[in-house]
Structures are given as C-alpha cells and as structure tokens.
Design a protein around this ligand. Sequence first.
Ligand code: G4P
Length: 526
Amino acid sequence: MSVQQQEVDLRRTFAIISHPDAGKTTITEKVLLFGQALQKAGTVKGKKSGQHAKSDWMEMEKDRGISITTSVMQFPYNDCLVNLLDTPGHEDFSEDTYRTLTAVDSCLMVIDTAKGVEDRTIKLMEVTRLRDTPIITFMNKMDRDVRDPIEVMDEVEDILKIKCSPVTWPIGMGKEFKGVYNLLDDETILYQSGQGHTIQEKRVIKGLDNPELDQAIGHYADDLREELELVLGASHEFDLDEFLKGELTPVFFGTALGNFGVDHMLDGLTKWAPKPLPRTTDTRTVNAEEEKFSGFVFKIQANMDPKHRDRIAFMRICSGKYEKGMKMKQVRIGKDVKIADAVTFMAGDRSNVEQAYAGDIIGLHNHGSIQIGDTFTAGEMMKFSGIPNFAPEMFRRIRLRDPLKAKQLQKGLIQLSEEGAVQVFRPLNSNDMIVGAVGVLQFEVVVHRLKTEYNVDALYEPISVATARWVSCEDGKTLEQFQKKAYDNLALDGGDNLTYIAPTMVNLSLAQERYPDVEFHKTREH
Ligand code: G4P
C-alpha cells in the first residue's frame, strides 16, 4: 500500500452541528481530552474561570498572531487521525458555518435531550443534505432531567427525516443516570458522576441478563430489559450503507459535562465514518488516494485585530500531499504560487508539521488574491464543485456617511462578497446596496473591514426583505418577460447574477407559482 493510501485511510474529518447551548464546546473539550491533546480537559473557550486551555495551538496562536484555536483541531484516536473543524455556533454564526460543512466527510449532531430538535440544527442538517453527509448523533445532558429518549429519537426521525439507530441506550436520567447499554456489544457501561475532567476507568458489565447488572443498578436493570424491547421496535438496526448515504444515524447517549459517552461516540466515528471521500470537479472526480496535490478553499477568516491585517484561507486537501515550500497552481487566476508558510493544525505535537494529506486542512496566508471556492492543484486545470453561496437570511441596506465614497463602497463590498464575508445585492430599480448575511456578526465584520481596509464609513438601515433566490431559466424569452414583470424585485449580486429579492415569503411563493418555468435557487456555486 502506498504511503498516500495509508495516510488517507487514517483520516476522519468531521464537524459538529448543533443548536447553541446543546454542548458543542463541552464535547469539543472532551473529544480533545480523549485525543490526549490536553492532559486534563481545560476550557476551549474562556468561560467562568476566564481561562483557556493551555494547548499547543495557544502557542501557535501567540506566535502567529491569528486565531486558530477553535478553527481546526487534529488529534490521534484509535489508530486514526481525526480532524475536527469548528463551526461557529453562537452569535458568530455565518455562511462560513455552512461552507465548513462542505469540507468535511461526516458530521456529529449534538442534541440537548432536554430540548430535542432545535432551529439551528434543522438548518445545518439541511446543508449537510446537499452532500448526503453521514451523521452521527450524540444525545447530550443525560445527567439532567431530560425528555423521554424514545420521544426525542422520534422527533429526530420526523423533523430531520433521518432514521435513528441507537448504538447505546441510556439507563435512568438526571441524578439517577446510571450509564448506557451498548446494543451492538451487549454490554452496560456504568456512569460515575463527578469525573468530568478525567478519562474515567470504564466499568463494564457484559450481557443484559448478567446478575451483576442487577447488583450494580438495582431495579433499573429490569426497567432496561423491558424498555429495550420497546426501543428495538421503535428504531432501526444499524446499517453501515445507510449511514454512509446519510439516511440513518447511529445514536449515542451521554453527558459531555460528566465526560460520559463521548468516547463511545468517538469509537463509532473512527470505526464507521468515511475516510476522505472522492470530490467532484468540473472535469472529473478526484480520489483522495491520488498522488497529485489538489484542494479547495472553503473559508477565509478575517482578522479582527487591526495589528494583523492578513487573513487566513482555509483549504481542504482533496488529494496528494502538502509539503512546505511546494508550488501549487491557483486555477482561477492560472498562476503558480509557492506556499512556504501554510499553517497546519497538529495538536499535541510540538514539532512544526510540514506535511499534510488529503482530508487535512491547511491555512494559507491570504493578502487578497484568494477567494472562497478557489481550487489549487499540481497544475491540472479543474475546479472543485459544491462550494456554494447560501441564500442569506438577514438583510440590511448599507448607507455611506460620506456620499463621495460610493465607488470605494461598491469596490469594498464586491471584494468582500468575493471573499465570502458577506453577500451584496444591487436592486435593478435603485442605487441601493443591500447586504445579506446568515448571521448578525457578518454585518459587523463588514462595516469594520470597510472602515479599516477601504477607508469607508458606512452604516446600516433596516430593509424589508425576507429572503433572496438566485434565478435562472432555460428559455431566454421567458426570462426576459420575467425580468420585465418582476423588475422591482430583482437585483444583481456581487458576481452580477440575477437574484429575486422577496419582501415576504408569501411574495416568493406567489412568484414561484406565477413563473413555473423560472427556477429559484437557494444556493449558488462559486
Ligand atoms: P455550545 O457550545 O453548544 O453552545 O454549548 P456549551 O458546551 O457551551 O454548553 C452549554 C451549557 O450546557 C454550559 O453551561 C455547559 O456546561 C452545559 N452542558 C454541556 N453539556 C452538559 C451536560 O452533559 N450536562 C449538563 N448538565 N450540562 C451540560 P453554562 O452554564 O452555559 O456554562 P458554564 O458556565 O457552566 O460553563
């Protein structure tokens, strides 16, 4: 087997999708604890204690003056190399979150079992559907009084349209949480509270009918035996094929805070989640095992710190190997570039990593020439597909304080939209500029960057726009007619693509009914 093949087989690249507060940060901490990236699980983001984890990336962060701590984490687990890509979940929710999901091969969905399926999870699941990404589910917070697990599982099936296959099943909940029973291995793993910061010694009882189980958890043993019959009736058997197609999700229960169950989930991830998958381009499909290098940029991180103007372009490697100092072709501009100082993300390894393989993420220093969606290759002219723009969900009109700066504003906005920081729409019937985003923070970033990078002082005004859709139509005549009739609701985006701007969702459905031959797209490829 070639070295390339071996390296590819090792890798598992995933992201976490969840609603804010479901426990993503806590799980990340524990995942890293198991990855032995940290000796003792610290805090990934400074919380009550205000202290961050003392990790190697913190050193890197200090050295390089960029914020990479929560962007990409790589660590070894079960003979695999796991890459965890962070998806900003809170107020910093943005299109980056969506696009990061195009750079992974699987996702972990975290659900707060006390709450069930929540909004943000629904939206993020929609995005994973674009590529039928395999989903692993972790039902969190079992140390609290949660909802009936069967009911929550049904909710996942109904709302998210994915079959659930419980791998572990919880025993009790809240103060009475006793542990989980593993349906595939026929063993019970007992929970001990107060061990959240260490790797617990596993206390395992083999077999469901083992009297030791009754001794250990009393009447809960009989309750479990009874409940399992119900569970088996209400759920699906694990099927690797269906999982890989994104049709079925293995479900694990636990408490991230109590550090229980996260390792079971990681075992499942390393065993079942796909290694780096083939990726399609406009000319052919690229296999991860290929020797020749290729990759695409899915995210550009602007630095909010004015002392560090440079930005980092995050690239997913799709094939071949990155080596320090190598030459790559930036396909869009047809230029060869030498990459001497890519940022790599190997946790727990002090030596400077100078190689990265398919499935890994590297960060390129970007001084403005790299755009979201850019493909880099060993020379081949091809472009990776499936790195879309997503229809924004929030809109504001942007206005200048100094009207003489209109040109700079337009230039700045178009550049920022090419970079993927925000989307901009220019209505056909006015000189307005409408900024669209999926998260509020994007608006703030744009005003800040317009000021520091383009010397433009801008502010926002509310505007009644509910949603936007890119439009296309096979028949030129029909499109022309549509353009005339819907003129007041049409705009051009940063790349001059025709967009329908809907004041309300009702407007959109009416337009869709009235113009059945016109297609209204929720995403647009870069
Ligand atoms: P997020 O990144 O998805 O937003 O969630 P995060 O991990 O920050 O967790 C949100 C809150 O839920 C935190 O409490 C965290 O401690 C708590 N939490 C996470 N997992 C569990 C769990 O398994 N059981 C219980 N009982 N709580 C859990 P907080 O009060 O907001 O933060 P903190 O001040 O306690 O750190």
